[in-house]
Design a binder for this molecule. Structure first.
Ligand SMILES: [Zn+2]
Length: 324
């Protein structure tokens, strides 16, 4: 087992199942770290109590290095953090994984992925991997949406026509997020680069009747609660899954890419609407996950997108689950 920390990769004993993962965490192999970002098998199943979790790989953004990406760190510093985590430094690797929860006989999907051909050239795998996982999209009765960034919601809309991909599913989102993006005059107030996405959201989402707007701490499905996690966007939310004695924090973009933000939780991304709020939310959420010995997953964690955190001085270390 290797742990990503401020000091780099540390060998450690196999982590036990204290956080409720019903199998031993497999060895993370840094020599194949880049390969592990592009899994050959893009489906991974695990259990949280009686809830079935299926991690489904969508793809990866091989983002060119950009000095504006982290507001308070240089490209050299971000490259050093990637290297310490055993990842490539050729580009900023931003993988994307969607999870589907099976609660009883009901399927609840967390976010909808990036939509084939609507986000990045290498994020095209979600439909095939859903099929491989044995999940037909018509079976999904509920989609809980963490926030309105393209990689999380373009999968709700057909390319070109914007037709609803899930017209019969209930779409649940924090009311703060929905209202912020759809309020009159929002598009003009967005940074220029975000305006096309903002316009698409404002044009399409209010025409759909299957939205359910909820507040902080709402129960979205049996054992699934929304936790407001603002900063990345004003209504960005995490989801806490509880079943029997097990808990899984579905953190979405709170910890973004842990190779960067575990050792540097104070780094603020250009993608964060309110960087200071994002940092405060990140620390609060990760501290809770550690205190409660919880498993955590994140949309941009290395596939299969789950792991555990520990305190490391003023920062954190992250131990990803590797696909066995
Ligand atoms: Zn994202």
């Amino acid at each position: 087992m290797l742990t990503v920390s401020r000091r780099g990769l540390l060998a450690s004993a196999a982590i036990t199942t204290a956080f409720g993962l019903n199998k031993k965490l497999a060895l993370f192999r840094p020599a194949h770290a880049e390969t592990s970002l592009e899994p050959t098998n893009g489906v991974y199943k695990y259990k949280v109590g009686s809830v079935g979790v299926t991690a489904v790989y969508d793809g990866i953004w091989r983002k060119p290095h950009d000095p504006t990406f982290i507001k308070n760190a240089s490209v050299e510093e971000t490259k050093a953090a990637l290297a310490k985590a055993g990842l490539t430094t050729e580009f900023m690797p931003i993988p994307l994984t969607v999870i589907v929860l099976k609660i009883g006989n009901k399927y609840v999907m967390v976010d909808a992925g990036s939509g084939v051909g609507q986000w990045q050239a290498n994020a095209t795998h979600l439909p095939a991997n859903m099929n491989a996982a044995g999940i037909d999209r018509s079976q999904i009765s509920t989609i809980v949406v963490s926030h309105f960034h393209p990689d999380h919601i373009w999968g709700l809309m057909e390319k070109g026509t914007n037709a609803a991909v899930f017209p019969n599913a209930e779409l649940i989102v924090n009311s703060t997020e929905y209202k912020w993006w759809t309020e009159p005059g929002r598009v003009e107030k967005l940074a220029e680069g975000r305006r096309p996405a903002g316009k698409r959201i404002a044009d399409v989402f209010p025409t759909w009747k299957n939205w359910k707007l909820v507040e902080d701490n709402a129960e979205l499905a049996p054992g699934v609660r929304l936790l407001a996690a603002p900063g990345h966007t004003p209504g960005h939310s995490a989801f806490l899954v509880t079943s029997d004695k097990d808990q899984l924090m579905v953190s979405n973009d709170t910890m973004y890419v842990p190779a960067l933000l575990a050792p540097h939780p104070e780094w603020q991304g250009a993608y964060d609407q309110d960087g200071a709020a994002a940092v405060a939310t990140r620390r609060k959420l990760i501290d809770r996950v550690i205190a409660d010995k919880m498993m955590i997953c994140g949309a941009h964690f290395p596939f299969p997108g789950a792991g555990v955190f520990a305190k490391d001085g003023d920062a954190y270390s992250f131990t990803p689950v590797a696909q066995s």
